[in-house]
Design a protein around this ligand. Structure first.
Ligand SMILES: *[C@@H]1O[C@H](CO)[C@@H](O)[C@H](O)[C@H]1NC(C)=O
Ligand SMILES: *[C@@H]1O[C@H](CO)[C@@H](O)[C@H](O)[C@H]1NC(C)=O
Ligand SMILES: *[C@@H]1O[C@H](CO)[C@@H](O)[C@H](O)[C@H]1NC(C)=O
Ligand SMILES: *[C@@H]1O[C@H](CO)[C@@H](O)[C@H](O)[C@H]1NC(C)=O
Length: 288
């Protein structure tokens, strides 16, 4: 039946001939010149492909600016954040239980360390208050590096950690710091009035929240800290801060507080989807 069935030796011989055929001088079924042409083709093909890729990359990189993001959210409403942060923006502690508030004190110590007078004096300059600190580039000529204004922690007075190193946590009059996230080029107000931060209790909580004190006075973020030119141009920039101190909080109650920025160039609509745009809410509870 299978009379022309190849023997094992035949198969091996056929393979050998396929790999190297001494008669036709073919290697794997192709002659040297055929292989040469194929290699040449792929060489040219991949060189062109690589060239096109490099060119595209080069053109793209040309359009990027080292100092400013090419794409920035149109939204000029900076986010806000509190310090200490606590879990899920909740600050809960017991006055008598030192360990329960020690983490907050430590967190504030760490956060405020770059605002020490010695550090500020070394890295930043004293600026004229109540006006923008403008350092524009003139055309293509970069006005870099740009200087930044000093913000000494002593400006936070009773919340600076200098007068009271427990930031009021021990006495049930805690301080909370509020910072505005950096937005490159933000000029928060037109009429020369510095933006300021106000905090209020959410519904029903005003009575139990008690009075607040703001540092610096009126909760202002001085105009001299604006505009911000970006991390690369303004390396030593210190974000201005506002501290609020709860003077007469009702103990053993949850208090929901919302702080917001007020500035004529920052319009907060009630329907704002982002709950951190120009405002921040947190829960505070002091147990005793
Ligand atoms: C910050 O502190 C330094 C050192 O004490 C002082 O020279 C400087 O005037 C202070 N700056 C501001 C803006 O208060
Ligand atoms: C930034 O701070 C360093 C010291 O840490 C200082 O040498 C440098 O001059 C500062 N840069 C600017 C632009 O102020
Ligand atoms: C705080 O605001 C009040 C009224 O708006 C103003 O009279 C006072 O001068 C402000 N204080 C500071 C230190 O800016
Ligand atoms: C503190 O708040 C309580 C009510 O929660 C009030 O009766 C008291 O007068 C307040 N004290 C001060 C100094 O405002």
């Amino acid at each position: 039946m299978a009379k022309d069935k190849k023997s094992c030796g035949d198969v091996i011989d056929e393979w050998k001939e396929f790999v190297w055929n001494p008669r036709t001088h073919e290697f794997l079924g192709r002659t040297a010149s055929s292989w040469g042409l194929i290699l040449l083709f792929y060489l040219v093909f991949y060189t062109c492909l690589g060239g096109v890729f490099a060119l595209t990359m080069y053109v793209l990189l040309q359009t990027l600016d080292d100092y400013n993001p090419t794409y920035q959210d149109r939204l000029a409403i900076p986010g806000m954040m509190i310090r200490p942060r606590g879990e899920a923006l909740e600050i809960v502690y017991s006055m008598e239980d030192t360990e329960s508030w020690d983490i907050y004190v430590e967190s504030l110590d760490t956060f405020l360390a770059p605002y020490d007078e010695a550090v500020q004096a070394r890295t930043n300059v004293e600026c004229l208050p109540d006006r923008y600190f403008l350092q524009e580039d003139s055309g293509e000529v970069r006005n870099n590096p740009k200087r930044s204004c000093q913000f000494n922690r002593s400006a936070l007075l009773q919340c600076s950690g200098l007068e009271d190193r427990f930031y009021g946590y021990r006495d049930g009059k805690p301080c909370i710091l509020i910072k505005l996230n950096r937005v490159i080029g933000l000029m928060p107000s037109k009429d020369g009035e510095s933006p300021y931060i106000t905090c209020a209790a959410k519904t029903d909580d005003s009575e139990i929240m008690g009075e607040l004190e703001y540092f610096p006075p009126n909760g202002t973020l001085n105009l001299m800290y604006f505009p911000y030119y970006g991390k690369k141009a303004q390396v030593n920039y210190s974000q201005p801060l506002v501290a609020i101190k709860f003077l007469n909080i009702t103990l053993n109650e949850d208090i929901n507080v919302e702080c917001r920025i007020n500035a004529d160039q920052i319009k907060l609509s009630g329907e704002e989807r982002d709950k951190f745009a120009g405002r921040v809410s947190f829960k505070l509870r002091v147990n005793s």
